[in-house]
Design a protein around this ligand. Structure first.
Ligand code: SF4
Ligand code: SF4
Length: 106
């Protein structure tokens, strides 16, 4: 699961447990115009979480918003294509899984 960088994708698919679905806008009512969570920091749990959407859409094949956000943040090259980005997501997920397994088996 990737880290949430607040691309807003998840919040236009369904509201998380802190959210409220706006059927007219087809997004969570708390998603701001600049795609941030207006409820962030409101509760103790949310203060520990960048955005409580929990990575649901991070590696969705339909989501190129996160790639654009990572490019804006300078975390991946600006000229990375979506195909390259998707491969990068897969490799990173496998690496994280391997690291998790080796840390729990010690
Ligand atoms: S993270 Fe914030 S904006 Fe997104 S669904 Fe949850 S409450 Fe709504
Ligand atoms: S797709 Fe990932 S980065 Fe974007 S809002 Fe969802 S969890 Fe956050």
């Amino acid at each position: 699961m990737g880290k949430c960088v607040q691309c807003g994708f998840c919040c236009t698919r369904r509201a998380c447990c802190y959210g409220e679905w706006d059927a007219e806008k087809k997004q969570c009512a708390f998603l701001t115009e600049d795609m941030l969570c207006a409820k962030y920091g409101e509760t103790e749990i949310m203060a520990d979480t960048v955005m409580p959407a929990f990575g649901a859409g991070c590696c969705s094949a339909l989501n190129d918003w996160r790639m654009k956000k990572l490019q804006e943040l300078g975390e991946i090259p600006a000229d990375m294509t979506y195909e390259q980005y998707f491969g990068y997501c897969m490799i990173r997920d496998i690496e994280e899984q391997v690291n998790d397994e080796s840390s729990t088996s010690q």
